[in-house]
Design a protein around this ligand. Structure first.
Ligand SMILES: Cc1cc2nc3c(=O)[nH]c(=O)nc-3n(C[C@H](O)[C@H](O)[C@H](O)COP(=O)(O)O)c2cc1C
Length: 173
């Protein structure tokens, strides 16, 4: 059984996938992590569209500015905010935060199962909505590819800033 930090270290952006499909059961288990994610006021104003249809995935490649691996993934999940006008007291739109949390839950739940993911932010909003039948007043916050990786997921050193660069105690530094 993997511990939380093992999963965090194992998750990385995977852009090379095998042809192995992901079962409905496995996808549901992964999506359960999104369902249980926190959201502002617990509004849960979200939908998760699982795309496995080959033709739709091919169309998503174009929506995602030609990122070819999008079409190779076993599934693409669109994280859709269904209520986009609520801004929190802090001035931050809640739906951006809510969907980011839920989608990262998906990425981590997938990593635990040895399934690779990649966040996709480089896509055309209106074209994504049209392709997936998303209502105008919603927002596709992110797409995420999922698939069994060509190379097994193993924890590796990530190119990240040092703790000293990002950590402040008590006041901004
Ligand atoms: C919000 C967001 C949007 C991203 N969009 C894309 C994308 O469109 N295409 C892509 O290949 N990677 C995308 N990435 C992946 C990042 O490039 C990647 O997470 C980062 O380089 C760190 O690498 P790692 O995920 O392997 O740890 C995105 C990541 C995030 C968090």
């Amino acid at each position: 059984m993997l511990m939380f930090m093992d999963i965090v270290r194992k998750r990385k952006s995977v852009r090379n996938y095998t042809d192995t499909p992901i079962s409905d059961e496995t996808l549901r288990e992964i999506l359960e992590a999104a369902r249980l994610a926190p959201s502002a006021k617990n509004l849960q104003e979200w939908k998760f569209i699982v795309v496995r249809d080959e033709q739709t995935k091919r169309a998503l490649v174009e929506v995602a500015k030609g990122q070819r691996f999008v079409g190779d993934a076993a599934a693409v999940i669109a994280g859709v905010a269904t209520y986009t006008t609520y801004t929190m007291t802090n001035g931050v739109p809640a739906c951006h935060v809510d969907l980011a949390i839920a989608m990262e839950h998906i990425a981590l739940a997938a990593a635990e199962k040895g399934i690779g993911t990649c966040w996709i932010g480089a896509f055309y909003q209106e074209r994504a909505k049209e392709l997936l039948g998303v209502p105008d007043d919603c927002l596709v916050v992110a797409l995420m590819t999922l698939g069994y990786p060509e190379e097994e997921l193993v924890p590796e050193k990530k190119p990240r800033k040092s703790m000293e660069e990002i950590l402040c105690w008590e006041r901004y530094c």
